[in-house]
Design a protein around this ligand. Structure first.
Ligand SMILES: Nc1ncnc2c1ncn2[C@@H]1O[C@H](COP(=O)(O)OP(=O)(O)O)[C@@H](O)[C@H]1O
Ligand SMILES: [Mg+2]
Length: 328
């Protein structure tokens, strides 16, 4: 390229020489300037094109999100029946919308009375978390129905329904903000005394006050890192503040060392009193006291009953219990 530039300039200069030049010096300069500008513009075209391609790709993804229908369009229920804590699953079949060909729940039926505890146990991938998502009405069932009292979940206002349900998940999500705000998220509008009292009941007060900023400590991406047990106690404080009719504990102590597990377990037992509870893969002591135990394998209930019934049959449940004991 530089060779050809040198050649053209050289030829151009030659043409401006002599007594009767073919080209004036002014014309040569204009020619060179115009050519340079054109070359630079053409050279930038590929960059420009790939930029447009990237933008189109990004915009498509963005439009997919913008065009996604909101929950209030999908769940049109408006009923506000009394939620007393009784739950019934009637032959529920379910596949996730992203993978419609794989049936995750294959005909699940059970009935849970007010203030009873249901324990879900079984191999991972069995469908335990999926059942808890259906109780929270995160998805619509494919077949069958979920009832709260005598009302089909489909016809209940989901915002109203979720005011009565709290979940302590395995991976607690903390928002960027203070510890105070993160607990208050359980029930927006709660007073300061209520939040402090919830933290005390969750055995979280002492570790919160050990930080220099106390309840004003920043957590989340830009704040301090809390340990798994500390996060879980904040989630428990949230649930206590919410005072739900129905409580879901999804592997709530599985990520803890034994010291923090004892403290968290203690807080959980207080929280479980006087509510309908669904506990997943929890400590044997909680499962043993549950009113009903469902053993799930590949989306089916393979055994159900209480602890002594299931131990007597020496099936999948008693195998699981033996394994836990062996693990110490
Ligand atoms: N969001 C999802 N989208 C698609 N498939 C999922 C989703 N969540 C879970 N699954 C699938 O559903 C099955 C049951 O999962 P899950 O209810 O989480 O089991 P468990 O809690 O008993 O370990 C698994 O096969 C899992 O791969
Ligand atoms: Mg799970």
């Amino acid at each position: 390229m530089f060779g050809s530039i040198v050649f053209i300039v050289w030829q151009g200069l030659l043409m401006t020489q002599g007594t009767n030049p073919e080209l004036s010096q002014g014309d040569l300069y204009s020619f060179l300037m115009v050519t340079l500008l054109m070359a630079a513009s053409i050279g930038s075209l590929p960059d420009f094109y790939s930029g447009i391609q990237k933008t189109i790709g990004g915009t498509e993804k963005l439009m997919d999100i913008i065009n996604e229908s909101s929950e209030s369009e999908l769940f049109k229920g408006t009923d506000k029946p009394e939620i007393d804590g009784s739950i019934r699953f009637e032959n529920v079949r379910f596949s996730y919308p992203q993978r419609p060909e794989i049936e995750v729940l294959k005909g699940i039926s059970f009935e849970l009375n007010r203030n009873e505890t249901l324990a879900l146990v079984g191999t991972s991938g069995g469908g335990k978390t999926t059942i808890s998502s259906l109780v929270l009405n995160y998805y619509k069932v494919s077949q069958g129905a979920v009832f709260f009292g005598e009302t089909n979940a489909d016809s209940i206002d989901i915002k109203y329904l979720r005011e009565h349900i709290a979940i302590v998940p395995q991976d607690v999500l903390l928002f960027a903000g203070t510890i105070f705000e993160n607990i208050a998220f359980g029930r927006p509008g709660a007073s300061e005394e209520e939040i402090i009292s919830a933290a005390k009941q969750a055995n979280a007060y002492d570790f919160i006050m050990s930080f220099p900023d106390g309840f004003k400590t920043q957590v989340g991406d830009r704040g301090i890192q809390l340990s798994g047990g500390q996060k879980q106690r904040i989630a428990i404080a949230r649930a206590i503040l919410k005072n739900p009719t129905i409580l879901i504990l999804d592997e709530a102590t599985s990520a803890l060392d034994s010291e923090s597990e004892r403290v968290v377990q203690d807080a959980l037992e207080k929280l479980m009193k006087g509510r309908t509870c669904i506990v997943i893969a929890h400590r044997l002591s909680t499962i043993r006291n549950a009113n009903k135990i469902l053993v799930l394998q590949n989306g089916q209930i393979v055994e159900s009953g209480n602890h002594s019934d299931l131990m007597a049959t020496s099936g999948a449940y008693s195998d699981l219990v033996k394994m836990q004991i062996n693990l110490g």
